[in-house]
Design a protein around this ligand. Structure first.
Ligand SMILES: Cc1cc2nc3c(=O)[nH]c(=O)nc-3n(C[C@H](O)[C@H](O)[C@H](O)COP(=O)(O)OP(=O)(O)OC[C@H]3O[C@@H](n4cnc5c(N)ncnc54)[C@H](O)[C@@H]3O)c2cc1C
Length: 548
C-alpha cells in the first residue's frame, strides 16, 4: 500500500517527545506480535527504531503484509479510540524500540495536544477510509442480492464503517472448497465469517457487533451524567458537546451512528459544506469526534423501556441490561411510514427500501425505480438514483412538489430528463414471488390504475416518531412527537405531576432532567442543522439540571 494521501505521516522529534510523556518506551523483539487481528482495546504504538509490519491474516490464504511502519510512524485507525477490534495484526519486523500508549492515554493526548490531535485524527480517518475502499477488512459476507438479510448486513457493516469482503453466491463462481471450508451451503445465506468465531448464519446485528468488538462491556452499576438515546445528528451532537464539556456520556444506538442522515447520499444545506457532504461522512466524523472526547457509544442496542417513576431514571436495554442516568437526552428520531396496503413489509429489502445509499443504488443500477414521497428526502433520493438507474418515477400524493421540498431540489428534478414526476399518484399494489416484480399505481383524481414492471421502490413518505419504548412516561402531541418546554400546557404538566416550582426548560420534557431533541421532538423542523443545534443546547440545560 503506497501512502499517497498522508494516511501514514512521519512524526517529528518534538512530536515523538510529547507522545513519550503520555506512554512508555519499550524494546521489542523481531517477530513479536504487538496486537492481533480481532483483538479489542489494543494499544497505540509509535516506532522509535526498527519497524512494525501490518499483516492481514485470512483463513485459507497466505498472510499478506500490507504495510511496514518505519521510525516516526505509528499504528491505529479510528477503531483504536472506540476500543473496537483490530482488522490487521501488528508485528515487529525487526528488533527495535517503540512507544506504547493505552487507549485512555491516547485519548488524553488528543484532547490536550491540538497539533498531535490534527496529525493523528486525520491519519486515523484516512486509514479507515482506505481500509473500506480497498476491502481490507477481516470479515467476509457470503450472500445474495436477492436476500433482504444480505442487504441488512451489508448496510449494517457499511454504515458502521467496517470494511468487509462480499461474495455473491448466486453470481460468482464460488469454489465448493471455500464453502466446505466454512461448512456452509448456498442455502445458508447470508453467512458472516468473522475472525475467531464459527461462521454465523443470518446473524442479528447485535451478534455482528459483538463478534466485531464494536462495544465494550457495559457497566450497569455506573450512574452516568447523561444517557443519550439515538446516535443520529441530534444524539451525536449531544454526545460531542456533553463529553467535551466533561460529562460522563453513554450513547445507545439501535443500528449505526448517523440515523436518517447516514442514509442520505448528499446533504447540501448543512452549514460549512458548500459542495455538500454525504450523510455517511458526516456521521463518521461526528462519531469519531464523540469518541475523541470520551463518549461511550454502544451500537446495535436499543433502549427498550424507560423506568421513569423514580430517580435516578433507568433505561432498560434490549437483551436485559439496565443503565441508570442522572439526565437523559432522547434523540431517537423517526422512521419512514409504510404503504397502506396488505402485507406492506412483504418485499422489504427485496425491492422495497427505506434509504437510498450506494448499497441500494448498486442493486438497481440500470433499472427503472420508483421513489414515493414529496419531501426533501424523496427529492434527494430521486436525484441521487437518477445517476445510476435507467429512469426514476417520483410519485407524490399532492398536486405539486413545491409544498414540502426545497426549491433547489425541485429545480434539479424538473431539469433532469431521467426523472418523471407523477403528482396525485399513490401505490395500490406490489406484486412478485420472492422479490418485487410489478407495481400498480393509481391516479387519485381520475382513479385510473396501471401496472408497471418495476422491481425497486424507495419509500420516503413522512415519518413516525420512535417513541414506543417510552412506555407512556412523557407527554406527546397528537402524532406521538414528544412535547417540550413552553409547548407543554399547564394542565398537561399537572396531569404529568411536574414536581418543580420552575417550568420545564426549553427542550425539557414533562419529566425533569429528560430532554428531547431532533426529529422526535414536537415542533422540530426536521433538518440536520436543527437536530445538531438542539443536541448542543440540550447539554447546556443538562448542566443546569445536574446543578439543581
Ligand atoms: C434520505 C434523507 C435525506 C435527507 N436529507 C437532508 C438534507 O439534505 N438536509 C437536512 O437538513 N436534512 C435532511 N434529512 C433529514 C435529516 O436527516 C433528519 O432531520 C435528521 O437525521 C434528524 O436527526 P435526529 O438525530 O433527530 O434523528 P435520526 O436521524 O432519525 O436518528 C435517530 C437515531 O436514533 C436511533 N434509535 C431509534 N430508536 C432507538 C432506541 N429505542 N434506542 C436506541 N437508538 C434508537 C435510530 O437508529 C437513529 O440512528 C434527510 C433525511 C433522509 C432520510
Amino acid at each position: 500500500m503506497n501512502d499517497t494521501t498522508g494516511a501514514f505521516p512521519t512524526l517529528s522529534g518534538p512530536q515523538i517527545a510529547r507522545i513519550a510523556a503520555h506512554g512508555k518506551r519499550r524494546q521489542v523483539q523481531a517477530g513479536e506480535v504487538l496486537f492481533d487481528q480481532g483483538e479489542a482495546g489494543r494499544a497505540f504504538f509509535v516506532v522509535v527504531s526498527g519497524a512494525i509490519e501490518l499483516v492481514r491474516v485470512q483463513p485459507g490464504t497466505p498472510e499478506n503484509v500490507i504495510l511496514v511502519l518505519e521510525p516516526g510512524q505509528f499504528t491505529g485507525d479510528v477503531s483504536l479510540l472506540s476500543g473496537r477490534s483490530a482488522v490487521v495484526r501488528g508485528r515487529a519486523r525487526e528488533a527495535g524500540e517503540v512507544l506504547e500508549l493505552d487507549r485512555k492515554s491516547l485519548r488524553e493526548l488528543v484532547q490536550v495536544d491540538s497539533d498531535l490531535s490534527d496529525v493523528l485524527m486525520r491519519a486515523f480517518i484516512l486509514r479507515r477510509v482506505r481500509l473500506i475502499s480497498d476491502n481490507l477488512g477481516n470479515v467476509v459476507l457470503l450472500g445474495s442480492n436477492h436476500s433482504a438479510d444480505t442487504l441488512r448486513l451489508k448496510e449494517f457493516l457499511t454504515r458502521n464503517g467496517h470494511p468487509y469482503a462480499y461474495v455473491d453466491l448466486e453470481r460468482e463462481a464460488v469454489e465448493q472448497e471455500l464453502l466446505n471450508q466454512f461448512h456452509v451451503s448456498v442455502a445458508d445465506v447470508p453467512v458472516l465469517i468473522c475472525p475467531g468465531h464459527p461462521p454465523m448464519r443470518n446473524p442479528p446485528n447485535a451478534k455482528v457487533a459483538d463478534c466485531l468488538g464494536f462495544n465494550l462491556p457495559l457497566d450497569q452499576e455506573h450512574l452516568r451524567d447523561v444517557v443519550v438515546v439515538g446516535a443520529g445528528p441530534a444524539g451525536l451532537s449531544a454526545a460531542v458537546y456533553g463529553a467535551s464539556e466533561g460529562l460522563d456520556v453513554l450513547v445507545l444506538e439501535t443500528e449505526a451512528p448517523g440515523g436518517q442522515a447516514g442514509s442520505s447520499s448528499k446533504i447540501e444545506n448543512y452549514l460549512g459544506f458548500p459542495t455538500g457532504i454525504s450523510g455517511r461522512d458526516l456521521a463518521g466524523r461526528a462519531y469519531t469526534q464523540a469518541q475523541k472526547f470520551g463518549a461511550e457509544v454502544i451500537i446495535a442496542r436499543s433502549a427498550a423501556r424507560l423506568a421513569c417513576s423514580r430517580k435516578p431514571y433507568v433505561i432498560e436495554i434490549d437483551g436485559g441490561d439496565r443503565v441508570p442516568a442522572r439526565a437523559i437526552v432522547i434523540a431517537s428520531g423517526v422512521q419512514y411510514r409504510r404503504l397502506s396496503i396488505d402485507h406492506p413489509d412483504r418485499f422489504d429489502g427485496v425491492g422495497v427500501y427505506y434509504g437510498a445509499t450506494a448499497v441500494e443504488a448498486q442493486l438497481c443500477s440500470g433499472d427503472d425505480v420508483i421513489v414515493v414521497g414529496g419531501g426533501n428526502s424523496a427529492g434527494q433520493a430521486a436525484v441521487f438514483l437518477a445517476s445510476s438507474a435507467k429512469h426514476v418515477h417520483l410519485l407524490c400524493r399532492s398536486g405539486s412538489l413545491d409544498d414540502r421540498m426545497s426549491r433547489y431540489l425541485v429545480r434539479r428534478i424538473e431539469e433532469n430528463p431521467d426523472i418523471t414526476v407523477h403528482t396525485h399518484t399513490e401505490i395500490e399494489a406490489l406484486e412478485g414471488d420472492h422479490r418485487l416484480q410489478r407495481v400498480v399505481w393509481r391516479h387519485r383524481q381520475t382513479g385510473e390504475a396501471k401496472g408497471h414492471d418495476i422491481g425497486h421502490v424507495f419509500l420516503m413518505m413522512g415519518a413516525t416518531p420512535n417513541t414506543g419504548w417510552l412506555a407512556g412516561c412523557l407527554v406527546v402531541d397528537e402524532k406521538g412527537f414528544i412535547k417540550t418546554g413552553s409547548d407543554l400546557l399547564p394542565d398537561e404538566l399537572s396531569a404529568a405531576r411536574w414536581p418543580l416550582p420552575r417550568s420545564p426548560y426549553l427542550l425539557e420534557t414533562s419529566l425533569p432532567g429528560i430532554f428531547a431533541v431532533g426529529d422526535v421532538r414536537s415542533g422540530n423542523v426536521k433538518r440536520v442543522a436543527s437536530g445538531v443545534g438542539e443536541g448542543s443546547i440540550s447539554i447546556h440545560l443538562v448542566h443546569k439540571v445536574l446543578a439543581e
